[in-house]
Design a protein around this ligand. Structure first.
Ligand code: NDP
Length: 299
């Protein structure tokens, strides 16, 4: 029988906010908390969700607590203390971490929560802020499959494809590798198109061909036509977060003793890009670095 579940959502950033809005739109009882309180206050005003004063207050009475912060370490830092999540979480509750996290920290969080009778799954998402708004995200889950089944109706409010990937940390690992591909595609597409533009080929013509050919990717099909050629570079996913993700993937390869020179090099390139372009730049703005090196604009 379907039982109403009380939900708490912590972290109303670029992707967390539209995900939480999907939960609210599904009429699930919802409490929200955000470090910058005004963001949670305005969300509560718009949706009717309860604005919790602290993480502990958000978790109180919640069956499912969802976190969507920048890093796993940010989530770990929210657990302890009198205002922390563990002070509010009840036995039998589930913490669903939708942060694109790192497997080792997720395993530590899961062990810490298990001592208090709280289950944990890592459940990072892919599909961008527009996918979150539409409820078409892909959710990759690490943890106990039975726990996933308990929370699946909640994940389905924002996720169209929800996949169990393995034990705790497996969702994080798959997400990091997916985003490593994104980072590699952004750099490689920028390099190739910069060369073509300098050789006198219109970038729109080149993309028209490539997008009907074997070199195409989401980056060539969507990101470049919509964001680079138009010079709009909308801020939807911070470059700093993609640098974090490819760093996690590079570390995974090192730990598994997989020679991965392309991953390691692109991780280093994104570290340079983060230093050059700063914490608020969008991930697609990495293209500007290649353009500066090449002395050409892909437009
Ligand atoms: P944003 O930078 O927009 O938001 C980050 C959120 O985390 C904010 O709510 C911020 O609070 C909060 N936060 C950060 N550090 C802390 C901390 N130490 N304590 C408490 N709260 C903290 O990031 P996104 O929403 O874009 O991304 C969130 C996660 O989702 C990341 O792991 C990212 O990699 C992943 N992701 C993002 C996608 C996207 O398209 N944007 C797509 C898929 C995954 P405050 O408001 O106070 O700053």
């Amino acid at each position: 029988m379907f039982r109403v579940m009380n939900i708490a959502f912590l972290g109303l950033g670029a992707i967390g906010r539209p995900m939480a809005a999907r939960v609210a739109a599904a009429k699930m009882p919802l409490a929200v908390w955000n470090r910058t309180a005004e963001r949670a206050a305005s969300f509560a005003r718009e949706t009717g969700a309860r604005h919790a004063a602290t993480p502990a207050d958000a978790a109180r009475n919640a069956d499912v607590v969802i976190t969507c912060l920048s890093t796993s370490k940010d989530v770990a830092a929210l657990l302890g203390g009198t205002d922390g999540l563990m002070a509010g979480l009840k036995r039998g509750a589930v913490l669903v971490d939708c942060t694109s996290g790192d497997p080792a920290t997720s395993r530590r969080i899961a062990a810490q929560l298990a001592e208090h009778g709280v289950d944990f799954i890592d459940a990072p998402v892919s599909g961008g802020t527009i996918g979150a708004e539409k409820g078409t995200l892909t959710v990759m889950v690490g943890g106990d499959a039975a726990v996933l089944e308990r929370v699946r109706p909640v994940l389905q409010t924002f996720g169209q494809k929800v996949v169990h990937c393995g034990d705790v940390g497996a969702g994080d690992a798959v997400k990091a590798v997916n985003n490593a591909f994104l980072a590699i595609h952004v750099m490689a597409t920028a390099e190739g198109l910069a060369a073509l533009v300098k050789a006198g080929v219109e970038p729109a013509v080149a993309l028209d061909v490539i997008n009907a050919s074997s070199g195409r990717s989401n980056t060539s099909m969507n990101l470049f036509p919509e964001r680079v050629l138009t010079r709009t570079f909308p801020k939807t996913f911070r470059l700093a977060l993609l640098e974090k993700d490819i760093g996690i993937a590079a570390e995974l390869a090192r730990q598994q003793r997989v020679p991965a020179p392309i991953l390691q090099l692109t991780a280093d390139l994104f570290r340079v890009a983060r230093g050059e372009l700063g914490e608020t730049a969008d991930h697609v703005e990495a293209v500007k670095l290649v353009e500066a090196w090449a002395g050409v604009e892909i437009a």
